[in-house]
Write a new protein. Sequence first.
Length: 306
Amino acid sequence: MQQILDDIAAEMAQEIDRGKVADYIPQLAHVDPNQFGIAVATPDGQLYSAGDADTLFSIQSISKVFTLTIGLGTLGNALWTHVGREPSGDPFNSIMMLEHESGRPRNPFINAGAIAVVDAIMMGHEPKETLAEILQFVHFIADDDSIRFDHKVAASEMAHKDRNASLAHFMKSFGRLKHEVDKVLGVYFHQCSIAMNCEQLARAGLFLVSNGVNQHTNARVISSQRSRRINSLMMMCGHYDGSGEFAYQVGLPGKSGVGGGILTIAPGKGSIAVWSPGLDHIGNSKLGLKALERLVEKTGWSVFSD
Ligand code: GLN
């Protein structure tokens, strides 16, 4: 595995077309596109990594996997009254389908869906308490208490909130959001701002590799049924309108973020975190996708073969 990751990192270092760094907020626009990191955590406790695997980056939409897990833990199946579980085929920040579906977002991984999940888990809590719960959960699954929010990134998102605020107000107009829009957005932007490196992120995904149990810490995080279901959602919806392509090329559940990270789960085999800030036109990491294609070629990992 170490050799495979070293080869992939060496190959990615040669790539000229690295995509375009997200520029909707200055904090992300300033990130150097010439970076690439990859890490694989396996259920037997090993951690392999290469490239810039210990450089912190903004996990952005990858955090939606964690808030979905918390939401299902808090509300159980009642969460599905707030959000659907069908692929959207639309960009992550699209408003179009919301009107057709009376303000109920298609799935928890598009922005509107993640905002609806946040609103649901805020029930009965102050925003600060919800934020503490999210960070504590990430500490627990990654087995690492040093992970933090990046308050500058969160503040920058708030200063450029127009699109997400529109989605939230639109849902609220259908009576779908219970809390004040700015409070919900404050929590959503902070969850997106969590800074992690590939090694921490790979560890954080381990509970989805082994049927809900983090084999590194021996902690059961969720039931095996829930772990299977979260993996299905990642496979169907984790890359927005690029989800079909990701399933075709990589064949594993994955979740991307505009910070350039992708968390990918190979059930029973390993949790893979890859990061390179340059994005394709959909908003998914360009080299991240390429690196994962190489990894599955070399390992044969896929949920469609054994
Ligand atoms: N914070 C980003 C946004 O809301 C997350 C989007 C993403 O990572 N795709 O626009």
